[in-house]
Design a protein around this ligand. Sequence first.
Ligand SMILES: [Zn+2]
Length: 483
Amino acid sequence: MPRPAWLCSRFSLVLVALLMAACGGGGGGGSSSAVVTGSAASAPGSDDNSALVPVPALIPDVAEIEVSRYALWSDELASTPLIVKVRESGSTAPEVAYFDGFIGGSGARLNHALFDDGSHGDEVAGDGIWTLSFTLDLAEPSALRLYDGMVDILPLTIRTSGRERTVEMAVVSRALQGTVNTEPLNASVIVTDALVSMVDATFDGQTLSDVTENLYSLYPDDSFDFLVIFHTRPTGDGVPRSLGVRNAIGGINLGDYDTSAAYGSAGRLQQVIFQNANLTGREVIHELGHRWGAFLDDPALNLSIPTGFHWGVSTHVGQLGNGPFLLADGNGGYLVTNANGSEDFISNAYSSLELYLMGLASPAEVAPLRFVTDPSVDARFGTTLPESSTRVVGIADIVAVYGERLPASTTSPKAFSAAFVVVSDAPLSEAEYTLSTHIARYVGGASDGGVRNGGLFELMDPPSFAAATGFRASLETRLPPAG
Ligand SMILES: [Zn+2]
């Protein structure tokens, strides 16, 4: 049975008939934040596959955090003041913690307490809003690892008594300064060649249609297949999500539906990605993949994990497999583990199976994969399974259950368009709109990405959309003329 369009995950947005795929693994910033919180770099910290993978005891989120900037120029890490605010009812001072983990950095761990006594930038003593005005006091990195060597990431962990949340601070090469021109469209919106920056302090991260309707009032030609929306304050669990808007594709286990009008689109819009406050955007390629997958969860051939629409325990390596990998142990068994890049999905290309679902590969190009499809098999992380608990799934098996992918790759669309939007409480700084524009340009470009080393943390650098498809498809992220 195709999935009805109204099936949603636990996160409810004020929109009708939407389909969402929640994405945990990349949401917290990948390996870098895992290191900061003391877990192994490869810790499978996804909400979505927790039924299969033992994750460290979850530390509840700090609910309300404001950091005054999400991007800084790389040569101002020592000097530019930041303000961190946390609402916290306890009497123990929250703290902000981070490592100097850049290339050339000292590796030092820095902790700073926040204040609720009217000092250090705190506005009202004793009101439960803890504040710290401070500088990071870090030297300029000697090299940057992401987005064509122009961006790096500093995870800031905000801790209160028993709770924490990591916020990514982006560091932007000064070489990008002056490469982005802005044009005001009205009192609250400026645009660049690849970014719409909306100031809207009332946006709560829930009513995405307010944002999209505003966008379509400025760009009424209905020229976007995808919208990628960022918010400078985290909402809810902070995890990026894909919202299905429209589907008429067969063979991917989605029913036909069209909710584009609810977003202000005249029928072209297919998907809205809500990146939440993950402003470095490294999950965007993964989220784009959720337009087409991984919805193959029919009991007759269930290839996905129970929640989140990611590939189940398998030899799959691509963008939508957050989960465990089946590693041949040399004795005829398979170890359920993270291996062969399965945990590095942010930096992977799409797999042949994903390209097939996207309409970018023929059935004959889909490589057979070994899956655990029997729900009675205990495939917990670290288990070694006999071969008989697994099965090889070929494209004929998939087509037999889910039907042919229609339209086929010979006639399916290959050229897509996306608009990138940042919603903020106050106007963006030059470093911020330059970063977000650079990311949008990069996603629409031709870079390959990969795993980046050199500093204290290993970082996943995503490929551009075109590179992730093996240059079988393109994504236009430059905006058309407004109005
Ligand atoms: Zn996902």
